[in-house]
Structure formats: C-alpha cells, structure tokens
Design a protein around this ligand. Structure first.
Ligand SMILES: [Zn+2]
Length: 62
C-alpha cells in the first residue's frame, strides 16, 4: 500500500496549503514555493508528514 504524505504549514501546522502560483513567485523564480491558506505563510520549505503524524502535531497545539 502506498503511503500518503501531507504537506503542512511550518508556522501554524495547517494542512490547507497550495502551490503559490502568484506572479510574484514567478518573478523571483520560486516555482516550488507554497502558500498556507490559513495564516498566509509562503516559503519553499513545507514539511511532509503522514496523516497519523499530522494528527499528533495538531493535537499538541493549545
Ligand atoms: Zn500557516
């Protein structure tokens, strides 16, 4: 069975992220940049976790 990994925001741990395809990121050549829809954080580093780990991480938040 193939394992699925979910990218989460390193700032707020939201799973609601998407590739940042704005003209701004194209201009900078940051084609792999992602954006968090929850807190608006953008960056190249969005860690990937398994669904179980995402649950654990989100449960730790106050
Ligand atoms: Zn975020």
């Amino acid at each position: 069975m193939q394992k699925k990994y979910i990218r989460i925001c390193p700032e707020c741990h939201s799973t609601d992220t998407q590739p940042d395809l704005s003209a701004d990121s194209y201009a900078k050549g940051l084609l792999n940049q992602r954006k968090c829809n929850t807190c608006g954080h953008t960056g190249l580093f969005f860690p990937e976790y398994s669904p179980e780990d995402v649950k654990k991480i989100q449960e730790k938040r106050p």
